[in-house]
Design a protein around this ligand. Sequence first.
Ligand SMILES: Cc1cc2nc3c(=O)[nH]c(=O)nc-3n(C[C@H](O)[C@H](O)[C@H](O)COP(=O)(O)OP(=O)(O)OC[C@H]3O[C@@H](n4cnc5c(N)ncnc54)[C@H](O)[C@@H]3O)c2cc1C
Length: 291
Amino acid sequence: MPGEEIKDALDAAEQLRRHGIPTVVTHLGENVSDTSETERVTRHYLEVLEQIRARRLDTHISVKLTEIGLDFDPELCYANLKSLIEKAAKLGNFVWIDMEGSSYTTATLEMFRRVRSEFPDVGLCLQSYLYRTEEDLNQLLPLSPAIRLVKGAYAEPPNLAFPKKQDTDENYFKLAGTLLQKATAAFATHDEALVHRIANEADSGAISKDKFEVQMLYGIRSKEQLRLVSKGFRVRVLISYGTYWFPWYMRRLAERPANILFVLRNLFSKASGSYKPARPAFASASLVTLR
Ligand SMILES: Cc1cc2nc3c(=O)[nH]c(=O)nc-3n(C[C@H](O)[C@H](O)[C@H](O)COP(=O)(O)OP(=O)(O)OC[C@H]3O[C@@H](n4cnc5c(N)ncnc54)[C@H](O)[C@@H]3O)c2cc1C
């Protein structure tokens, strides 16, 4: 994370723009259980859309539905989401919907179907670790959806998700093939081997590099981000911000011990990307983004 405030995120987006990298910003927060708080979050994102426009950035927003009411009032969530998508459409922007833990998958898909049938300027995240995702994707295809494909960041039981990382990776590649052919695809992963396989698959199917996007997190594999851009790929970087990072970060560590390795790697590695902010490696490591 470049910092806790939206200004920090948009300053970082301006820096990335100079390297030809568009961005997407997301406010850290989830499981909001109060109407006025969901409205405050929605007003905040509306203001963020204005700020993006004022700075003339190619920066989307990405929203967690439980931050705008999904947990306790789906109609309120719909109204909040709709106001964001309407505003984004008016300003020529785009709204991504994050995918949360599996207890929200069905409700999130329903919400996406509802808003996608009304508006084109909205995309959805799908997770390759879930067995159900292949079928979910097939059912969404008639909507010509924009899909951000991820491996998945939550601790899920083996009856719902592949317990082995290798199977999640293979499923990712399989789903990527469908996305390349039939949807607007964003491949959100730092797995360089996987990106390479997908790029080869696109090439062999005569799908040009500008037909899909690779998305990565701010500050993670930044050299690779720049290398991909130099090879003609479209790369978009997700920047998180907000004061909720500590509880959220600790929860992610507790849920998925593999994340501890990511933290340690970042603590002890030097800042390697040429767009990293000039701050000590330790300081930026303490705010490394986990999803
Ligand atoms: C743009 C974007 C949006 C996302 N949105 C969602 C979402 O809505 N829902 C959801 O469940 N998940 C989301 N994720 C997280 C995703 O599910 C994975 O947990 C995360 O991207 C790590 O998996 P990977 O595909 O990079 O592959 P992995 O195989 O896990 O990692 C590949 C390599 O990348 C490096 N790496 C990966 N992540 C990090 C990190 N955080 N810090 C340091 N090094 C790292 C590691 O060195 C690792 O060896 C998102 C990820 C991105 C990039």
